[in-house]
Design a protein around this ligand. Structure first.
Ligand code: NPW
Ligand code: ADP
Ligand code: K
Length: 478
């Protein structure tokens, strides 16, 4: 599990750690890590042309101290100071001692730079990047140099990933002490590039994280193989209500995904029963009501089921049970008209909206996707899986996961139906809703990455790749 930490969580931890150390210790550690990674990215340091963008806070100090280390190894380092009187004095002195130079923006040589280091603002930033900083960023990023952000790309809100104005579009972000949420979610995710974490020794003093990302090993732990005592019922039976005469494919994809994730037993109830049987003879199907399907441990309801009164009565039938239920797609439209169906439940419910479905349920997502998912979960007392390039899962207590896997190739019709089936299968095993939802998003994203290795993917490819994805995840452990 990877913890994500806000600035308000990091600052006291840094203070606590610093209590027993020299005041500049953490900054020196940060700068050493920064310089080492930049040197690795450059390949050859001697003679490399490095330009530092330096704000007046400690983020600029990090850039100056790292620049000094690179200059000492023979790089030609130039620093552009946004506020010459405010620049970090120790960093500036170190840079000049090592042979680095302070220059005006127009003399920076961006057009010939090998690497541009963005130390304008880090976790101390607020609001849109101010005009002088925004202009410097525009000039710096137009050149050929590798774009590397110090701690956080300037212009990205570290805690949320909001980008309210101009920002430094980094190819790499070298972050200190802990990964910030804004590097992995929202618009900030797209501006952070590859994130490198430098350990500055905060391990023992960090509080509980603001949000977490699961790793392959975390998810593999939920994908255990059947034992000698298992039978087809013992590992969780999932019931699927998906598809209709209008959208038969949703039933096929969702049922297939559930089967391919946890092949034990999958039951299907709905008006696409014939198509589901034809595609998946392994599923037990009924074209009747959910109650006719037989016993299940969790339901998935919604993909392609329609939004008419019949669909509403089917959805209501599963939501009055005391079983865990995943509500997706058309089911979400119905819940937006009848939120009491979810609000009144005591059993776990997972809602899986994309942005437009979220807006129908809870109002606009807005730029802070973590806050949005938490707001929705609290409002209906459920778990919300908010889809996106970085899917966010929040439960009613505010516990939050950000998904770390996936590929933009997933932006194709039907991949959400697959996610719902994967999630239903995991929920039926008895996993808590948030773990099931976060694990499903992780597994689904990995299946997408695997499928994309073979070219443009369609939703059925995800279903086909699920067994190999599960095998690879299990193989990654130990
Ligand atoms: N704490 C530690 O132990 C460690 C911290 N470390 C490092 O310190 C960094 C935090 O440093 P920090 O607190 O000095 O804040 P920082 O990010 O430099 O920003 C302040 C500057 O930004 C400016 N500014 C603000 N908003 C702006 C905007 N919209 N547009 C333009 N400018 C804006 C603001 O201007 P002002 O408001 O003062 O006019 C001020 O000049 C952290 O990210 C990490 O890199 C590491 O060394 C490890 C140990
Ligand atoms: N740009 C993207 N990058 C990564 N994943 C994406 C992207 N766009 C969509 N996805 C993922 O693809 C899936 C799409 O689901 P959804 O919108 O419900 O599709 P459908 O309703 O067609 O099944 C979600 O899991 C979402 O997170
Ligand atoms: K920065």
């Amino acid at each position: 599990m990877i913890g994500l930490y806000t600035a308000a969580q990091l600052r006291p931890a840094e203070q606590q750690l610093l209590a027993g150390l020299r005041p500049d210790t953490l900054m020196q550690r940060a700068a050493t890590g920064l310089a080492t990674i930049c040197a690795g990215l450059l390949g050859r340091v001697a003679g490399a042309r490095v330009v530092l963008l330096v704000g007046s806070g400690d983020n600029g100090g990090d850039a100056l101290l790292a620049g000094a280390r690179l200059a000492a190894r023979g790089a030609q380092v130039r620093a552009v100071l946004l506020s010459p009187e405010g620049a970090h004095a120790g960093g500036l002195a170190a840079l000049e001692r090592a042979g680095g130079r302070v220059v005006r923006g127009e003399d920076a040589g961006f057009e010939r730079a090998d690497l541009v280091l963005d130390g304008i603002v880090g976790i101390g930033g607020s609001g849109p990047l101010r005009p002088p900083a925004a202009e410097l960023v525009a000039r710096a990023t137009a050149g050929p140099g590798l774009l590397v952000a110090v701690d956080v790309p300037s212009g990205v809100a570290a805690d949320t990933g909001e980008v309210p104005g101009a920002a430094f579009a980094a190819q790499h972000t070298i972050t200190f002490g802990a990964v910030k949420p804004g590097l992995v979610v929202g618009a900030g995710r797209g501006l952070a590039g590859t994130v490198h974490l430098v350990d500055i020794g905060l391990g023992g003093v960090l509080p509980a994280p603001d949000a977490v990302q699961l790793t392959d090993a975390d998810v593999a732990a939920h994908l255990d193989a059947p034992g000698a005592d298992d039978d087809k019922y013992s590992r969780g039976v999932v019931g699927v209500i998906a598809g209709s005469a209008t959208y038969p494919g949703a039933g096929v994809l969702c049922t297939g995904a559930a089967l391919r994730t946890r092949p034990g037993l999958v039951r299907y109830a709905g008006t696409a029963a014939a198509g589901v049987t034809a595609a998946w003879p392994e599923a037990l199907v009924t074209s009747g009501r959910p109650g006719d399907a037989g016993r299940v441990q969790a339901w998935v309801a919604g993909p392609g089921m329609g939004t008419d009164d019949d669909a509403l009565s089917v959805l209501a039938e599963v939501l009055v049970t005391d079983l865990p239920v995943v509500v997706d797609a058309d089911g979400l439209t119905l819940v937006s008209r009848h939120p009491e169906l979810v609000r009144d439940r005591s059993a776990p419910t997972v809602l899986t909206p994309h942005d437009r479905e979220f807006a129908r349920l809870f109002g606009d997502v807005g730029p802070d996707r973590l806050a949005a998912a938490r707001r929705g979960a609290a409002e209906l007392g459920c778990t919300v899986l908010l889809k996106g390039d970085a899917t966010v899962v929040a439960d009613a207590t505010g516990r939050t996961h950000v998904n770390a896997t996936g590929t933009p190739w997933l932006a194709t019709a039907g991949t959400g139906d697959v996610l719902a089936g994967v999630l239903g299968a995991l929920l039926a095993t008895g996993l808590p809703a948030a773990e099931a939802a976060a694990s499903a998003a992780h597994l689904h994203g990995r299946a997408g990455q695997l499928a994309a290795e073979h070219g443009p993917l369609i939703a059925g490819d995800l279903v086909r790749r699920l067994p190999e994805t599960v095998a690879r995840l299990r193989g990654s452990v130990g």
